[in-house]
Design a protein around this ligand. Sequence first.
Ligand SMILES: NC(=O)c1ccc[n+]([C@@H]2O[C@H](COP(=O)([O-])OP(=O)(O)OC[C@H]3O[C@@H](n4cnc5c(N)ncnc54)[C@H](OP(=O)(O)O)[C@@H]3O)[C@@H](O)[C@H]2O)c1
Length: 235
Amino acid sequence: MIRSAVVTGASSGIGRAAALALAESGWQVALIARREALLEALSEEIEARGGLAKSIVADLSNPEQCAGAIETARSRVGGTPSLVNAAGVARFANLAEDSPESVAAQIQINLVAPILCSRAILPWMAERGGGHILNVASVAGITPFAGASVYGSTKAGLLMFGKALAAEVRTQGIRVTTLVLGATDTELWDAQSFVPSRGDMLRPESVAAVIRDVLESPCDTSIDRIDLMPPKGIL
Ligand SMILES: NC(=O)c1ccc[n+]([C@@H]2O[C@H](COP(=O)([O-])OP(=O)(O)OC[C@H]3O[C@@H](n4cnc5c(N)ncnc54)[C@H](OP(=O)(O)O)[C@@H]3O)[C@@H](O)[C@H]2O)c1
């Protein structure tokens, strides 16, 4: 049986690692992000190892591109689809110092885009009689951190979106999992003024292994939420 995974944010960090782990496990993968060269390099790496990967350049802050990217994925990979909503941005700042543009951009990419990508993929899943949506949320969505009021709000929203969507689609055999994730050593931290010890963070490869295991969990199980933290907890 062909299994395919549409992975947003596949050009770096957790999305990239998840795409690699899934491809290694035999999944066809559709790779979505803006940086074409990184997507192409990843696609070549996966195909050199015998996998199937298709890169799809899209700016998911644009609602039409969310729908277009999923439609393109549907034409390029086969089987029953899963969707990993990993694309995201974090601009940690006290609200008074954050710009309206930065606030809107975080909400758009972290919350609206996964909702629209999910909306766009549901007909494909319904047609195949199943599917799995995994949303990458954050410990900042369940814990109040100064400097993360906007980021945390987007992730809290994503958590509730996943719960409510699961209630809507579970009778169709479609599963929805929210990954509540702690600090992970990715590019996301490069531009932050406060960076916890990177050596104490989760590695993206470890997060990817959990994502792969969730998507490969038996179809008669539903993992609604996973809290995945580094061993030292909140850093
Ligand atoms: N790292 C952590 O500690 C941590 C903890 C909890 C949750 N998370 C969440 O994990 C997810 C992945 O983050 P990461 O840590 O892997 O960071 P990352 O390495 O910076 O990856 C972010 C990804 O999102 C994509 N992206 C950003 N804006 C986009 C846009 N407008 N259109 C399409 N793609 C876009 C980027 O691709 P392009 O730039 O090529 O478009 C990139 O592939 C995010 O949702 C983040 O909030 C991370």
